[in-house]
Design a protein. Structure first.
Lengths: 137, 486
């Protein structure tokens, strides 16, 4: 199946942003991430994106398709290609772009750390609220 | 269901953060992913630091900065529903008396209103949220609102019929041990069964509809559909024009309105966040009175009422045990039980489905002729689409069709599906105004003469709060806004 994509490229060295169109021949089962892999392997090795597990469990390949944040490994391309639609792929919002589709996740992790994401067992418990303060609501 | 089942599904991909409207306006906002992670620990029975955690999360840029745009729920690829996690944190905070934040006070005032007068005590909301001193500083703004008929007089209070039932219901559910996050978790069994299908018939789009013969529409116009009409708080208070125009328009669209009297506020998302079990019961009571009229459809005219009622309705329809408990409580206080037979629809959808546009065309007298009109959908008529499910939340079309049917020219702009900031406009004004500026600026750049919205809350912020945007340097906002029926 022929799949066409437009990708918002960003070069951090020159600071240039550029919308480039790609067309690849992909198997019918391909998801967006598979198509990006094909583009990187066969057309343009400079394309940057993040990936790891390919099966919706690692959370690495978040990006935008037509302005909607998606996991690239979850989006099947067949219905899109069949409809003749050329989706626009861009980096996620609300985070600084490092290169092409890669964002700097540090602000994200900083906020996760601020939540103190570790269990606090009973030995270090904060003073429990008295029963009277609960019932005085 | 395990209280933290959904939050534990998070893979920290950042899709929710990418779309967060509050974070766009306030980059320091903790955001949906982090707050969902927070509830993963607050809701975990093994974790003993709930009070310390909630005090942390209740600071600026925390729980109460969420603008309830529901983009996070819409985008999450794993079904975490971060917005619901934030509501659970709010509910736990209020259960544990951590209510110093303006957002918490705002939410609690909705509860107080519902159990005293039934409807929102709108005029007192600002002093109760911001404190008397801060409210006095707003007096100039308030006078300006009053001049435009946007401040309902507090006396005589607007009291719902049979409000005693709402009061008794509050005392009753409080004794049943479903306070705090448990009130939201109890509905998740039913919410998990939602199939994500849009109900709108694509052929109802105006291009197809306009090809139909108008004679056909005129024949159909003789039969009226009776619907239960829930007007909500604002259409009785600061947005009376919405009720007046709805009452005038409905018969021309073939709708016979059976107005509900013994009903209260839906909670506007605030009671859902403060006392979710009470929220469920208040909405069940509205649905039960709607069912009693014998109508199949409960019609709303506000985005927030639509989401709150549809969410409660889905939970009650799809969980027999939950419905049995809620119905028994309703009967205890003297209200009818709810059998789960009503469907909740916004007036916009009732127009958009069937031959609504054709009927509108014949009665609209080309009222918007020569005007470029920007549709503004707002959030809670589009997202979460699995609960609302009328049209594609990213490419909606129903308002455009209404503008065309009324003779206007719709203009397109990206922010038409984003948040107006209204839910946090009193607790976090700066963040809210940062959201509000987007649709107003984009619509006016697109050449719009006016904005049309299906929600009286969006209308209030787009219209009334524009004056605050004007006062900020380099921000001009020459756009009028009107509700879709005025």
């Amino acid at each position: 199946m022929e799949v066409a994509l437009k990708i918002w490229r960003y070069d951090p060295e020159s600071g240039e942003r550029d919308l480039r169109e790609y067309e690849v021949d992909a198997p019918e089962w391909a998801c967006l991430l598979d198509v990006l892999d094909l583009i990187k392997d066969k057309h343009d090795g400079t394309l940057a994106y993040r990936k790891s597990c390919r099966m919706m469990i690692c959370g690495s390949c978040g990006m935008r398709m037509d302005g909607r944040a998606v996991l690239a490994c979850k989006e099947r391309m067949k219905p899109i290609a069949d409809a003749g639609h050329v989706p626009v792929i861009s980096a996620m919002g609300n985070l600084p772009i490092v290169k092409d589709l890669v964002v700097d996740m540090e602000p994200f992790w900083g906020k996760i750390r601020a939540m103190k994401p570790g269990s606090t067992p009973a030995t270090t418990r904060s003073p429990p609220r008295s029963a009277s303060s609960r019932s005085s609501r | 269901m395990n209280a933290i089942h959904k939050e534990a599904l998070c893979i920290m991909c950042g899709c929710c953060v990418s779309e967060c409207n509050s974070m766009e306006s306030d980059p320091e906002f903790l955001g949906p992913a982090a707050l969902a992670k927070g509830f993963r620990f607050v809701g975990d029975v093994r974790d003993q630091a709930d009070v310390a955690r909630l005090n942390d999360y209740n600071q600026d840029h925390g729980i109460w900065d969420c603008t309830r745009c529901y983009f996070c729920n819409e985008r999450c690829p794993k079904g975490v529903d971060p917005r619901d996690a934030i509501a659970k944190l709010g509910a736990e905070s209020i259960r544990l008396n951590i209510d110093h934040d303006m957002g918490a006070k705002h939410a609690k005032w909705f509860v107080t209103s519902a159990k005293t007068t039934g409807w929102l005590r709108e005029t007192e909301l600002v002093p109760k949220t911001q404190g008397t001193l801060a409210a006095i500083k707003q007096i100039g703004f308030a006078l300006d609102l009053a001049k435009h008929g946007k401040v309902p007089p507090p006396f005589p209070p607007h009291v719902a019929k049979n409000v005693r039932e709402a009061r008794d219901l509050h005392d009753l559910v409080r004794e049943q041990g479903r306070e705090g996050a448990a009130g939201i978790v109890q509905g998740e069994h039913a919410l998990a069964q939602i199939e994500h299908v849009l109900s709108a018939d694509p052929t109802a789009r105006p291009q197809a509809a306009s090809r139909r013969r108008s004679q056909e529409a005129r024949v159909a116009a003789t039969e009226a559909t009776r619907v239960a009409y829930y007007k909500g708080c604002l259409a009785s208070l600061s947005a009376k024009e919405l009720d007046i125009s709805t009452q005038a328009l409905a018969p021309k669209l073939g709708l016979e309105l059976d107005e509900l009297e013994s009903v209260t506020c839906c909670g506007a998302g605030d009671i859902h966040e403060a006392e979710p079990d009470y929220y469920l019961h208040l909405n069940a009571r509205i649905l039960a009175y709607a069912e009693q009229t014998g109508c199949e459809t409960l019609m709303t005219i506000c985005n927030v009422c639509t989401l709150n009622l549809r969410q409660a309705n889905w939970q009650l329809k799809n969980d027999d045990n939950l419905r049995a408990r809620v119905s028994a409580n309703l009967e205890t206080v003297g209200a009818p039980p709810y059998d789960g037979t009503v469907d909740v629809k916004h007036l916009l959808w009732l127009i958009a489905e069937g031959d609504g546009f054709e009927r509108l065309k014949t009665v609209a007298h080309k009222g918007l002729k020569g005007l470029k009109v920007a549709p503004f959908y707002g959030c809670q008529i589009l997202r979460p689409s699995k609960l609302l499910g009328f049209e594609d939340p990213d490419q909606p079309w129903s308002l455009e069709a209404i503008i065309e049917a009324c003779g206007g020219e719709p203009v397109d702009y990206p922010a038409k599906i984003k948040c107006c900031g209204f839910p946090i406009i009193q607790a976090r004004e700066e963040t809210a105004l940062g959201e509000l500026i987007q649709p107003i600026e984009q619509a006016s750049e697109a050449g719009a003469d006016a904005i049309v919205t299906p929600c009286p809350l969006c209308h209030l912020s787009l219209d009334a709060w524009q004056s605050k945007l004007r006062k900020q340097p380099a921000r001009t906002s020459p756009c009028r806004s009107c509700t879709s029926r005025s």
